[in-house]
Each structure stands twice: as C-alpha cells, then as structure tokens.
Design a protein around this ligand. Structure first.
Ligand SMILES: [Fe+2]
Length: 284
C-alpha cells in the first residue's frame, strides 16, 4: 500500500520506470472478495493513486468488510454514488439490497459515506459517478424505449462536460460497463467497469438489463503517455463463491447468478423480471 501523498514510480521487470500510473475502480457494491483481488492487482502493477467512483457498499454481500478495505487505503480518493446516498436515507424506505448493506453499517461507516463528495478534481483528472451533474445517468450509454442499452450519440456525451471544465480525463462509473471514449474537445472519458457486480437490471428510465457476460472484476489503469493518455482495462478473475453464498443467504438468486456468471438471470416466460439487484431506493 502506498502511504498518503507518496507518489510511487512503479518498475516492472525489464521496463522503464512508469510515472503517474493511476488506478480507477468503481461500483464495488459490497463485493469484498472482488475488491481484495483488484487491490492486489493494483499493488502488483503499481499506482500512485486510486480513484474510487462510488456505489461502494450497497448489495446483499459484505458491506462493512468492503468499506473497511476502502477506508484502509491512504492512497485512495473516493467519491459517492447514488447507492451511497441511498444508504444515508431512511432504512424503512430502502430497496432490499441497500437495506441489507445498511444493517451492516455503523456510525463510522455512515460518517465516512456522508463525507464523500459527489465529484472531485485532482490534477488533470475529474471524477464523477454517473455524469458530472447526476449520479443517476449513464455517461456513454443510452437506454432506448425498448430497453436496449446502446452507445450514446457523441454530441450528447460531449455535452455533459461542464463549461470551463478543462480536465484531460473524466472518470465515470454507474453503468458497470468498461469503456473509453474521446470527445471532440479532446478530453477522454473512461469507465473502469464494476469491481463487484458484473450484471444487473434496472427499471429507470425504462426496464433494462446490463450484462458484461463475464464474472471477473474490472478496473482500469491510466497514465499519461507522450501522445496522450494510455488506458488499460483490467480483467481480474477471483473466486466469487463466498459472495454467491452471501447473496443466496439473503434470498438474492439474481445477484448469485450475476456474480457467478456475469449474466442476469432471465425469468421463466410469463413471469415479470425482478428489479435492479443493486436495489435502488425506488425498487421494491
Ligand atoms: Fe450507481
């Protein structure tokens, strides 16, 4: 672990020193085992800083353990996601996934969540959870009226950058879909994908499913190269069996299937799909 403020220059065997390699994680969703595997990979690769884009704990998994891992990193800058906001609300009104996580958290964890900013800027890097003005919308994807998740038109994507925001790299999460996109202004938008939840369904703005088709944890490494920012999307396999068992213990076969396979389970014909496994505040 890199101490606070210490910028480490990583050297891999036979390679030139790498300055300012930065790690980006998002959407841990209480999956402590995926997070542990990702942090170990980051430590092997070497990074001066870890940027953490929110939705840390929500889910029927290991919320307290996940927050303990995150809070123990002095080299991490964290912001909050929509589910971190939900966890600070009235427990009686929470969705089922938020409620399981909330029951595991004490004052120290809730105070930590409450202190997180919605966005952050450090050097050339700008952090948000969804888009800069909202933690509820995808930045690079649109959802069609039929519920298909598609690439959002470039002009819309570029238009989300606030006037005067001159960051070279914009980091976002929320969609759980890894990707990078350069906008006409010249800056780069990077989504590292989700550490802890590779598939889910949601009912906003219309019912839809997001699936990576891969149970591995995801994160990204970014570093400024001579010709621009180099982005490495990392796929980190880990053993999901303990998290799958926790999901089942809380009656969440949808989460168990998503964690084990990377796909969201399809209900038998004639049955209505269950709501977002991340269990938003508006979900049942
Ligand atoms: Fe989110």
């Amino acid at each position: 672990m890199t101490p606070t403020g210490c910028i480490r220059r990583a050297r891999r065997s036979g390679a030139e020193p790498v300055a300012q390699r930065l790690a980006v994680i998002a959407d841990c969703h209480g999956n402590a085992d995926a997070l542990r595997a990702v942090l170990a990979d980051i430590d092997r690769e070497g990074a001066a800083r870890i940027y953490n884009l929110g939705d840390h704990a929500s889910g029927p998994l290991a919320a307290r353990e996940t927050l303990s891992l995150l809070r123990g990193r002095g080299d991490m800058l964290s912001i909050r996601g929509n589910h971190d906001r939900y966890l600070l609300g009235d427990p009686a009104r929470m969705g089922p996934s938020d409620a399981v996580a909330r029951a595991q958290l004490g004052t120290a964890e809730l105070d930590w969540l409450a202190a997180l900013p919605a966005t952050a800027r450090e050097g050339a890097v700008h952090l948000c959870h969804g888009v800069p003005t909202s933690d509820l919308r995808y930045w690079m994807q649109a959802v069609t009226p039929a519920g298909q998740v598609v690439q959002r038109p470039l002009a819309e994507v570029a238009g989300e950058i606030p006037a005067g925001e001159a960051a070279e790299v914009h980091l976002c999460g929320h969609s759980h879909l890894p990707g990078s996109l350069q906008v006409p202004q010249g800056s780069l938008i990077v989504n590292p994908g989700s550490v802890g939840l590779p598939a889910y369904d949601d009912h906003q703005p219309v019912p839809h499913v997001v699936e990576n088709g891969d149970p591995a944890a995801r994160y990204a490494l970014i570093e400024r190269g001579a010709a621009g920012w180099v982005v490495s999307h990392r796929r980190v396999p880990y053993d999901p069996s303990r998290m799958v068992a926790l999901a089942r213990r809380h009656g969440r076969e949808d989460w168990a299937h998503a964690l084990a396979t990377g796909w969201f389970p399809r209900p038998p014909a004639g049955q209505r799909a269950r709501s977002h496994p991340a269990g938003g505040a508006t979900g049942p």
